[in-house]
Design a protein around this ligand. Sequence first.
Ligand code: AMP
Length: 365
Amino acid sequence: MITVEDIRGVLSKYNKNKLTISTICSHSALQIFHGARSLKFRTLGVTTPDRRFVYEAFPLAKPDIFIEVQGFKDVLRKEVQEKLVEENCVIIPHGSFVEYVGASNILNMLFVPTFGNRTVLLWESDRSKQMEWFREAGLKTPREFKNPSEVDCKVFVKYPGAKGGAGYFTADSAKELEEKIKWTMDKKLIRSIEEVSIQEFVPGVRYYFHFFYSLMLDGGFRVGNGRLELLSMDKRIEPIDEAYRGLPNVPEEFFDYTVTGNQPLILRESLLKDCLDMGARVVLASRRLFPPGIVGPFCLETIYHPSRGFTVFEISARIVAGTNLYPQGSPYTPYLFDEPMSTGKRIALELKKALESDRLEEILY
Ligand code: AMP
C-alpha cells in the first residue's frame, strides 16, 4: 500500500513551479489537458502509439509532453513512474485510468501523486461498499435481493465489473429471473449467482450529477470545511432509450444498457435542493467513512420519479466522461465562475489555488 506519507515524501522533492498535469490519453483527457493549458500548467499525456494522433489532432488540448507505452497498465512500470516524478507530475485519475490500471494497483503500486483522495477507489470499485456509503449518507437506493426467490417486483440485474452497462438485463418475476440466471450460467457469463447484483428496477428519468468538492474556494454551498459545486449534469444514452423505434415489435437488440454517449440536460429548478442535498450527504458521509473524505470531482447517478423522488444507484468518485459535454462550462457554471469552467479546468484551478497557498498536500494522495 502506498501511504499518504509516501506521496508527501515524493511531493517534497517536486519543483512546484513546474507542476505538470498528467493523465493517460483516453476518457476525458482532452478536457483535462485543455483545462490545464488554459491555466498555464504544463501537461503530460501517457499514450499508446495508436492514439497519439488523436491528441495531436486537437492542438489546444494536446499535452506538451507525450510518454508512449505499449499498454496503459505500463504506467505502473518503475521507469514510467520515475519519469512522471521527474516531470513533477500530478496524475488526474479518470474512468479509463481506473479501468485500465486497476483500483488495487493504484492503491498498492502508484507512487506518483494523484489528485484527490485515492482511498475513495476502495469504496467506488466495490458495489456493496458503494451501497454502504449511500446508507451512511441516508440516500434512497434501489432495493437489493440476495436470493432470486425473494424477488417480488421487476428487477434489474448487473454483472460484476460490466463495462458501462454491457449485458445488463431485466426480469419481471422470480421465475423469469431464475430462468435468465440459469441461461447466463449455462453460457458461462457468470459462475455463480453471487456474482450478479439484483436490484429493484427503478422507473423514472436518469440524471447524472457532476459535482466538485473544493477545499480551496470560499463562499458558495459550504459542506464540511469545503465548498460543494454542482458543475453540470448529463444523461447517458443507451440503445434501450431508442427502443420505441422498433415498436410494435421491439427487436431484442434494443434491450441493451451499454452506454454509447451522453446528452446534456438541466434539472427543473425546484429539484436542485434535492440534488445539492444528496451531494452534501455523500461528501459528509465520505468524511466519516474514510477521512479526510472525497476531494474534487464525483458523479451521482440517479433516477428521478415524481412520486418516488431521487434514487441513487451508483457513484463515480472522479471525473466522468459526461463532463466532456461542457469544455466551455455548463448552464450552471456561469453562476459559480465568471469565466468558462469545465471540470477539467476546475481541477487545474483547485491545483493552482492550492499551489498559491502552499496547501497541495491537502488535495493530493
Ligand atoms: P450502471 O452500470 O450502474 O451505471 O448502470 C447502467 C445503466 O443501467 C444505467 O444508465 C441505467 O439505464 C440502468 N440502471 C442501472 N441500475 C438500474 C436500476 N436499479 N433500475 C433501472 N435501471 C437501472
